[in-house]
Design a protein around this ligand. Structure first.
Ligand code: SAM
Length: 265
């Protein structure tokens, strides 16, 4: 069941031309820097040393690289981006063709094609919330990291499985076969996960695979309200606009408890 769901999710990304276009524009700099990528880049500063190697899992078109470059200001490092979607990886390869010390490949977080401790820093932004299960993913991120893993995902006080059901009218970029979004048994034909995991659950999973690791979970509410308002017109309508409720991002009526999970090995 869960792996079938993951295949479906990956297919959605593969087919998704609109997201590909947005990712591309972020990579080329046509769209402004995301609040989350700036925050993610700031997070690695404490751990970064010149000459380090970095792996970005679920990198999309590699667009977070711009923020890492901005924060790391001329420091040398090698960057490898991996994503399950060939469409995004192909865009990344084109956009960053001229930049040295960078490579991209297609692959899954569930089976990373790298040896143990291959990278000083492993980052994984905005991916875990969308996966059907995260134990194997966290195991893999830990396995390939030498010094630190930094994950941006939704972390709350309880764990919730949320399926954001897609209909043709809601999400024009998703391939829904007809206007009935549910199968006869009531399960959704097409959906996005927006899963939230509790702090104790994430800590337990990390401890299971990396007993000596130090886990830190910090809320990410680093949203610049003025910046969001200024850039709103650049995001195609409601789909990609970041809405805030108080200091939290809101997706419709669901508040998103964004957090950084830092695993020091
Ligand atoms: C919300 S996007 C995040 C992209 C980028 N990290 C960012 O924050 O903008 C989720 C990404 O995860 C990728 N993805 C989905 N399932 C994956 C898997 N099993 N292994 C690797 N990447 C996956 C998707 O193709 C997509 O690029």
């Amino acid at each position: 069941m869960t792996m079938r769901d993951n295949k479906k999710w990956q297919k959605n990304w593969q087919q998704d031309k609109l997201y590909a276009d947005i990712f591309k524009k972020r990579a080329t700099g046509e769209l402004p820097e995301m609040e989350s990528s700036r925050a993610a880049a700031k997070k690695i500063l404490k751990y970064f040393k010149s000459g380090y190697s970095m792996l970005d899992v679920g990198c999309g078109a590699g667009h977070y690289l711009n923020s890492y470059d901005r924060q790391l200001k001329g420091k040398k490092y090698t960057y490898v981006g991996i994503d399950a979607s060939k469409r995004y990886v192909d865009i990344a390869k084109k956009v960053y063709a001229e930049r040295g010390n960078v490579s991209f490949r297609v692959g899954s977080i569930y089976k990373l094609p790298f040896k143990n401790k291959s990278f000083d820093i492993v980052v994984c932004n905005n991916v875990l919330l969308h996966l059907p299960e995260i134990k194997q993913a966290i195991k893999e991120l830990n396995r390939v990291a030498k010094k630190v893993v930094i994950i941006r995902t939704l972390v709350g006080y309880k764990s919730y499985y949320i399926k954001n059901v897609c209909t043709k009218s809601d999400f024009e970029y998703i391939n829904v076969p007809d206007n009935d979004p549910f199968y006869k048994d009531g399960s959704p034909k097409n959906f996005f996960y927006f899963n939230i995991y509790s702090k104790p659950y994430i800590e337990a999973v990390v401890k299971k695979y990396s007993p000596k690791a130090k886990v830190k979970i910090e809320e990410d509410r680093d949203f610049d309200v003025k910046n969001l308002a200024k850039n709103k017109k650049d995001f195609r309508g409601r789909i990609n606009a970041t809405e805030l409720a108080g200091s939290m991002q809101a997706s419709g009526y669901i508040l998103l408890p964004w957090a950084f999970v830092t695993i020091e090995k």
